[in-house]
Design a protein around this ligand. Structure first.
Ligand code: GLN
Length: 233
């Protein structure tokens, strides 16, 4: 039988937390966003197909631990602690903590101003760790939400006075809610740069292939194209 050669690509199972626009969010029942485009480009370059499911944050890490997931892609910061339990790709995006609050309700200029305020964070994220650094680790002032969406809902409903999250996500929320009076502030003294990586189960054989594919996608201009699509609108 003639015709085109068919290629059987291995399908990799990917978990994410899809309330983290512009990196991953739901649109018409599909997960979309910067991370989705980037992962598709990198996987294609590496010769794989990816199936991305909105597992949620905790289930994503559990699925990586149990190796039911091959990849986690959710704006995940490469931290010393996580590197103990997971493998990461090379960094693909620089980030920083940002504070979002409502204009006129509180006045926040630096990280120190978070002290004594009711804070919302997404559970188990670097935003939580940043809030804890100021307010204390088991501070009753910190409310932890399962998703970024629930954290922003709490801010919207005045259940918290400030949300502590990642810079691009706070700015996207501010942009998408122009009537909410959202102010954003970061603190270059208190908050350090962090870097997102693609997450793999510890010992995954995919890391090297994905790193070289990621480098190709950066070198051939595809990364810049995806960046432009989501950040230079
Ligand atoms: N970058 C942050 C972290 O890894 C938040 C990620 C997220 O909420 N999806 O902790």
């Amino acid at each position: 039988k003639g015709g085109a050669k068919t290629e059987e690509k291995k399908v990799l199972n990917v978990g994410t937390e899809a309330t983290f626009a512009p990196f991953e969010f739901m649109e018409k029942g599909e997960v979309t966003g910067f991370d989705v485009d980037l992962l598709n480009a990198v996987a294609e370059e590496a010769g794989y197909e990816v199936k991305i499911d909105n597992t949620g944050w905790d289930a994503m890490f559990a699925g990586l631990q149990s190796k039911q997931l091959d990849i986690g892609m959710a704006g995940v910061t490469i931290t010393d602690e996580r590197v103990e339990s997971y493998d990461f790709s090379d960094p693909y995006f620089e980030s920083k903590t940002m504070i979002a609050f409502k204009e006129g309700k509180v006045d926040i200029k630096t990280a120190k101003d978070l002290k004594g305020k009711k804070l919302g964070v997404q559970n188990g994220t670097t935003g939580q760790f940043a809030a804890e650094k100021v307010a204390g680790k088991n501070s009753p002032d910190i409310s932890k939400y399962e998703t970024a969406a629930l954290m922003f809902q709490a801010l919207q409903g005045d259940n918290v006075q400030a949300a502590v999250t990642d810079i691009a996500v706070a700015l996207e929320y501010q942009k998408n809610n122009p009537d909410a009076g959202i102010q954003t502030v970061t603190d270059d003294e208190e908050f350090e740069s962090e870097y997102y990586g693609i997450v793999f189960p510890k010992g995954s054989g995919l890391v090297d292939e994905f790193n070289s594919a990621l480098n190709t996608v950066i070198d051939n201009g595809k990364y810049a194209e995806i960046y432009k699509k989501w950040f230079d609108k």
